[in-house]
Design a protein around this ligand. Structure first.
Ligand SMILES: Nc1ncnc2c1ncn2[C@@H]1O[C@H](COP(=O)(O)OP(=O)(O)OP(=O)(O)O)[C@@H](O)[C@H]1O
Length: 240
């Protein structure tokens, strides 16, 4: 399967377009302002910038998890503001591959079931032998295939991070959003993760936005966007 077809059979674009975005975490908190941010279908973008500038906040908005106060967020041809919570959840499960900093692995599922989670939770969610084989193949490429029978609590931080990367790619998503997917990894494993992400998105035509502080990997991307220049992050201290 490539990203040219959605679960409903219509073509999907993989493109990302953000216009006039304003989002925050509540009154007197950090506010992110993005006048425009575009990623072409199949493009690989590294999102860099100083800690706290709003990279993760933007990724949360692109995933439809943080609802904007204002503006348009269109991902894979879908305007997220037009979907209700259920629709956004379905959209995430069927079209997106996500790696968040807090990984969000399910503690009572073993590694294999965590990798297959999006497939299982998606509408009609059946896991095929081909899905299992793909999950094992991805895990093998990150050196964790032998750990798929373990619970997340029985894995190291780096092993859990690699598991989360496998999960993001398991459904062959149209768009992959990866927030510091190599943050807990040594150089060799970090390179393996970037190799896997870049190879898989190239093969599938998947759009990739990856937040990273690792300058060594930037030449693997089509474009590097510096959040400090591309958008404004404003912290409003509460009045005491
Ligand atoms: N849930 C939250 N509630 C309130 N403020 C938050 C929340 N999450 C993040 N922030 C604040 O929003 C700002 C931007 O955070 P964000 O995580 O987007 O930055 P970042 O560029 O990804 O940083 P890093 O490189 O350190 O991961 C920070 O000042 C942070 O403290």
């Amino acid at each position: 399967m490539t990203n040219s077809s959605s679960p409903t059979g219509s073509r999907t674009s993989g493109a990302i377009a953000v216009r006039d975005l304003r989002c925050d975490y509540g009154p007197n908190t950090f506010r992110l302002e993005v006048d425009g941010f575009e990623v072409a279908a199949g493009e690989r973008v590294a999102l860099v910038g100083p800690s706290g500038c709003g990279k993760s906040t933007l990724v949360q908005a692109l995933a439809g998890i943080l609802a904007p106060r204002r503006g348009v967020v269109s991902v894979d041809g879908v305007e997220l503001g037009a979907l209700d919570e259920r629709g956004r959840r379905r959209f995430r499960l069927t079209r997106l591959g996500l790696v968040f900093q807090d990984l969000e692995l399910i503690d009572y599922l073993d590694g294999l079931d965590n990798v297959l989670l999006s497939r299982r939770l998606a509408p009609g969610g059946r896991v095929s032998n081909a899905d299992r084989a793909r999950a094992r193949d991805l895990a093998g490429r990150l050196g964790i295939e032998h750990l798929l029978g373990r619970l997340p609590a029985e894995l190291s931080g780096g092993e859990r991070q690699r598991l989360a990367v496998c999960r993001a790619l398991a459904t062959e998503p149209s768009v992959c959003l990866a927030d510091e997917p190599t943050g807990a990894l040594d150089r060799v494993n970090a390179d393996a993760v970037v190799d896997l992400l870049v190879d898989e998105v190239a093969r599938l035509g998947t759009t990739l936005v990856m937040v990273t502080h690792d300058e060594r990997v930037l030449d693997r991307f089509d474009r590097v966007v510096d959040g400090a220049a591309a958008f404004r992050g404003i912290t409003e201290e509460p009045v005491r």
